[in-house]
Every structure is written in structure tokens, then in C-alpha cells.
Ligand binder design. Structure first.
Ligand SMILES: C[S@@+](CC[C@H](N)C(=O)[O-])C[C@H]1O[C@@H](n2cnc3c(N)ncnc32)[C@H](O)[C@@H]1O
Length: 236
């Protein structure tokens, strides 16, 4: 287990008990005096400490089963880089758990939240879900201590199960998520769109199928794969 930003090491004793004599607890903090305090306060052969920065952790990639941090990441300077580091040093399928101040989103705008945020601006920060690595899985968000602190947990992964962007959609509009995104036509009037939809409906096909049919029937195939003037591939 790695404890990031361990401070006075208040979580370390319980983690040592959890991992047992066969396990190891590593802990780091940017402050030498915090790390010295932990050194003096806790004696354990399986505890390793370092003075280092959470934005550039001095550990090998994918080396810990669990990476834990609480109470400082909002002020680590570069939160996105710090989260990326928590992810990097955690094994694939291991668990990253971190938390800090941030009133629960559903309480924003209530008097309770306003009073607390007025008291401590850090409580106004949102849980940084948008900064999680794209490939992580099993993401969970919890609020603790009067809903004033977020706890985010996730597992580093090789990728998440994506939806199939090429499944044909049933219905008048037709196409797939991908063709709808990449196949937008410029300058189609509302009238042309309505005529396409009504003709498609009359023939019992989707607008996408009818458009494809019209193009296949009336336009010559591309002579080469060179970019076409005015197409999406040509520079503006
Ligand atoms: C509020 S304390 C929380 C300590 C401990 N996690 C706890 O819950 O009691 C925040 C800790 O983060 C440390 N810290 C601040 N910036 C850091 C950084 N960039 N890298 C590592 N530790 C940092 C501080 O020195 C401090 O010990």
C-alpha cells in the first residue's frame, strides 16, 4: 500500500495492521518534517518512507496494490498530474482511493453549502471526476464527514468496455453513432431535410439509407483517395 501526502501518518498504523507482517506500507510527503515525525512515531520493518512530490512520485509504475491519499490533493499544485501519478504507480486492477474537501454536488446552492463554503473556500471545489485517467474502471464517488469531503475510488485498467459506435440505428433517421458524427452535410436546407425524411418514410427506409442510395446511384465513385476541395479533409 502507498500512502501519498501522509502528513503525521495517522492512517499508517491501521494500514500496517491491515497488510500484516507480509505486506508493506510505503508513505511519502513533500514535507521532511512530516516524514521525520512519522519516522519517530511509528516503528515497523515493513514501513518505507520518502520525502517527495506527489506530482512526480519516486516509485516504479504499476507497483502497488492500493494507493491512498486523503486531505491534501486539492492543494498539491497540479491535481491532474497528481491523479495521473496515483494511477501510474497502482497495479492494473489495483485500487486508487483519494479524497479532499468538496461539498457534495447535490447540496450546491443550499444554505448549508453556502455557509460552509463561506467558511472555507476549499469546500467549494468539485470532486475532480473529470481529471480521472480515461482508461480507469470501477469509478465510485462517495461523500463523507457531513457531505463536506469527496472520496473517489477507481481501478487502473487497460480500457473500459466501449459501446459499439457502428451499430445501425433503427428508425427514420438511421445511420450509426459514427456516421451521424462524421457524416454531417454542410448547407442542407430545412426543406431538403424534410423532403428526404418524408421520401424515406414513404419508402420504409431510414433517411441515412435513402441518402446513401441517392449518392450511390447518381454520383460517380471517387477516382482517388486524394483530399477533395471543400471536403472535411481539405484545410479551411
Ligand atoms: C492536510 S495534510 C493531510 C495529511 C494526512 N493525509 C491526513 O489525512 O492526516 C496534507 C499533507 O499533504 C502534504 N503535501 C502537500 N503538497 C504535497 C505534494 N505536492 N506532494 C506530497 N505531499 C504534499 C503536506 O505536507 C501535508 O502533510
Amino acid at each position: 500500500v502507498l500512502v501519498v501526502g501522509c502528513g503525521l501518518g495517522e492512517d499508517i498504523a491501521s494500514l500496517l495492521a491491515r497488510v500484516g507482517p507480509e505486506g508493506e506500507v510505503h508513505a511519502q510527503d513533500i514535507s521532511g518534517s512530516m516524514v521525520r515525525h512519522v519516522l519517530g512515531a511509528i516503528e515497523a520493518d515493513n514501513l518505507c518512507l520518502s520525502v517527495s512530490n506527489a506530482t512526480a512520485l519516486p516509485y516504479c509504475s504499476r507497483s502497488f496494490d492500493v494507493v491512498f491519499h486523503f486531505g491534501g490533493i486539492n492543494l498539491f499544485g497540479d491535481m491532474r498530474k497528481s491523479i495521473a501519478e496515483l494511477d501510474r504507480v497502482c497495479k492494473l486492477g489495483g485500487q486508487v482511493v483519494f479524497g479532499d474537501e468538496g461539498i457534495a454536488s447535490h447540496l450546491r446552492g443550499t444554505e448549508y453549502a453556502d455557509i460552509l463554503i463561506n467558511n472555507n473556500a476549499l469546500w467549494g471545489l468539485e470532486a475532480p471526476l473529470a481529471m480521472l485517467p480515461h482508461h480507469c474502471t470501477d469509478i465510485a464517488l462517495e461523500y463523507i464527514l457531513g457531505n463536506c469531503f469527496y472520496i473517489i475510488s477507481f481501478r487502473p485498467g487497460a480500457g473500459f468496455p466501449e459501446v459499439d459506435l457502428d451499430v445501425p440505428h433503427v428508425g427514420l433517421r438511421g445511420g450509426t453513432a459514427r456516421t451521424r458524427y462524421f457524416g454531417k452535410l454542410e448547407g442542407v436546407t430545412a426543406d431538403a431535410k424534410a423532403r428526404l425524411a418524408s421520401s424515406a418514410q414513404a419508402r420504409g427506409v431510414s433517411a441515412h439509407q435513402l441518402l446513401q442510395e441517392i449518392i450511390d446511384t447518381h454520383l460517380p465513385p471517387l477516382a482517388s483517395t486524394a483530399p477533395i476541395e471543400g471536403s472535411d479533409e481539405s484545410p479551411p
